[in-house]
Design a protein around this ligand. Structure first.
Ligand code: SAH
Ligand code: SF4
Length: 359
């Protein structure tokens, strides 16, 4: 029997290790040598923890194998954005994107392989759902980076890679603990952002966590009719319900809004969005549409994006027009994997539609 310690909270993993070491008749201080190898001073394999006796290392490897991912592709963009495509043990591929900005290094991580929600502008959505990631595989994306180079440890983590984090709540719940706790990765809660389309029951669970984790909600449309065109999840959890849930969220929320030419980028639409965002005092993140995700949609013109941003600000909403990072390496939401797998887009589209209905 083997156990995946990397998918437990640090507290639980420590208890398991303490018990196991005690059963082997090891001295109690041993846990202080073994435990930090999970997250604080990670090793890829127990064999590399050379401060431990060889027999202990072998026994650890048998009882608690450290799951690893192998780097399939690594791309560096002209603007410094780095993209990592990892192969998991069962061959599924997921990606993380590292975005350096001054002293900050933000790592965008995946919570699922693929995504069932089929938003029309999203490359991951086109791929369909493959499977949920374990906590060890989600937080493991940070761990792998540290194994490659400890100075690469991110200062910030955002759940904006592949997948919908709140449809994998149990693993994401544990991952938040691993990322944040001092005996895990020790990243401040305010430097960790969960991005979601608004899966209401799990949004409530997330809101109940006492730490100051940040929340970003993918809105993309200020009316139910328009949102339904872009995001099938609107049929299950409506804009009105999501906005209502946000009123009860105790911390400031970010609203994500991808600008799509001729779809959701008119100044009238900005006015409608302002009506939603203003009472919440939400920050609106305006994202240029990354064309790779949706060949049949066009990005808004620069002039239109600026007009949209200006209108929101004029209405008293704090809005930021983001630069599109890593354009030359397709660093947005599932794009690298879709590119690598190739194949006919039409076939993938059918698959995405199959998965787009939400239970
Ligand atoms: N499923 C979650 C988190 C992953 S998507 C969510 O949707 O919030 C993370 C962000 O990437 C979302 O805000 C999404 O709208 C954005 N995104 C997806 N495809 C995009 C594209 N083609 N161009 C720009 N942003 C995109
Ligand atoms: Fe899934 Fe988010 Fe992409 Fe929508 S935008 S398909 S929810 S990953």
């Amino acid at each position: 029997m083997s156990l995946d310690l990397l998918s437990l909270t640090p507290e639980a993993a420590k208890l398991v290790l303490e018990d196991w070491l005690a059963q082997r008749g090891e001295a109690p201080y041993r846990v202080r040598q073994v435990f930090p190898r999970l997250w604080q001073r990670p090793v890829a394999r127990w064999a590399e923890a050379t401060d431990l006796a060889a027999a202990l290392r072998t026994a650890l490897a048998e009882a608690f194998p450290l799951r690893s991912m192998s780097l399939k592709t690594h791309q560096v963009s002209g603007d410094g954005t780095e993209k990592f495509l990892w192969a998991l043990e069962d061959g599924e591929a997921i990606e993380s994107v590292l975005i350096p900005e001054g002293k900050r290094r933000t790592l965008c991580i995946s919570s699922q392989a693929g995504c069932a929600l089929g938003c029309v502008f999203c490359a991951t959505g086109r791929m369909g759902f493959r499977r949920n990631l374990s906590a060890g595989e989600i937080a493991g994306q940070v761990r792998e980076l540290m194994l490659r180079d400890p100075t690469l440890k991110p200062t910030n983590v955002v759940f904006m890679g592949m997948g919908e984090p709140l449809l994998n709540w149990d693993a994401v719940d544990t991952t938040l603990t691993i990322l944040n706790r001092a005996d895990g990765l020790g990243i401040g809660a305010r430097h960790i952002t969960v991005s979601t389309v608004g899966i209401l029951p799990n949004l409530a669970r997330f809101a109940r966590r006492p730490e100051q984790f940040r929340l970003a909600v993918s809105l993309h449309a200020p009316s139910s009719t328009l949102r339904r065109e872009l995001m099938p999840i609107e049929k299950k959890y409506s804009l009105a319900e999501v906005m209502d849930a946000l009123k009860h969220f105790r911390r400031r929320v970010t609203l994500e809004y991808v600008l799509i030419g001729g779809k959701n980028d008119s100044v009238e639409t900005a006015d409608q969005l302002a009506v939603l965002a203003q009472p919440l005092e939400a920050l609106v993140n305006l994202l240029p549409l990354h064309p790779g995700g949706a060949p049949d949609l066009t990005p808004s013109s620069r002039a239109q994006m600026l007009a949209f941003e200006r209108r929101l600000k004029h209405r008293g909403v704090e809005a930021v027009l983001r630069r599109s990072r890593g354009l030359d390496i397709s660093a947005a939401c599932g794009q690298l994997r879709v590119e690598l797998e190739g194949g006919a887009p039409s076939r993938r589209k059918v698959r995405a539609e199959e998965h787009a209905h939400i239970e």
